[in-house]
Design a binder for this molecule. Structure first.
Ligand SMILES: [Zn+2]
Length: 115
């Protein structure tokens, strides 16, 4: 699927971990060089594993928002020259904050009629 990130077309793909070595140590990634976002797709067996999160679709959506936030920070130029690697545009906590709070912000803005 194609997604516009500040006017730049990105390809979003959902891929099983076994089919993408880039997912070896993470559940998603954003390759700004190829404008590609990959988020892990869970197999039926993984979904039945009792040790996993019960709502993997909600987790997958959160991961997608996280990788999209990385793309927006990159395409806006905020993360390109960020140093050190833990400063806010590259900070995983900040990116997760956007990914987790984004839907709540959007809902509040929508309710307030200020969009
Ligand atoms: Zn990240």
């Amino acid at each position: 699927m194609k997604i516009s990130v500040l006017g730049v077309p990105y390809t979003l793909r959902y891929v099983a971990k076994a089919k993408d070595p880039g997912l070896e140590d993470c559940d998603g990634y954003c390759d700004t060089s190829t404008k590609t976002i990959v988020v892990r797709e869970y197999t039926t067996a993984e979904r039945k594993d009792p040790s996993r999160l019960k709502d993997l679709d909600a987790y997958k959506r959160k991961c997608t928002r996280h990788e999209l936030a990385h793309a927006f920070l990159y395409e806006s130029g905020l993360s390109v020259n960020a140093q050190p690697t833990d400063c806010w545009p590259l900070c995983e906590e900040m990116v997760d904050w956007v990914a987790i709070q984004g839907p709540k912000l959007y809902a509040a803005w929508q309710r307030a009629g200020c969009l």
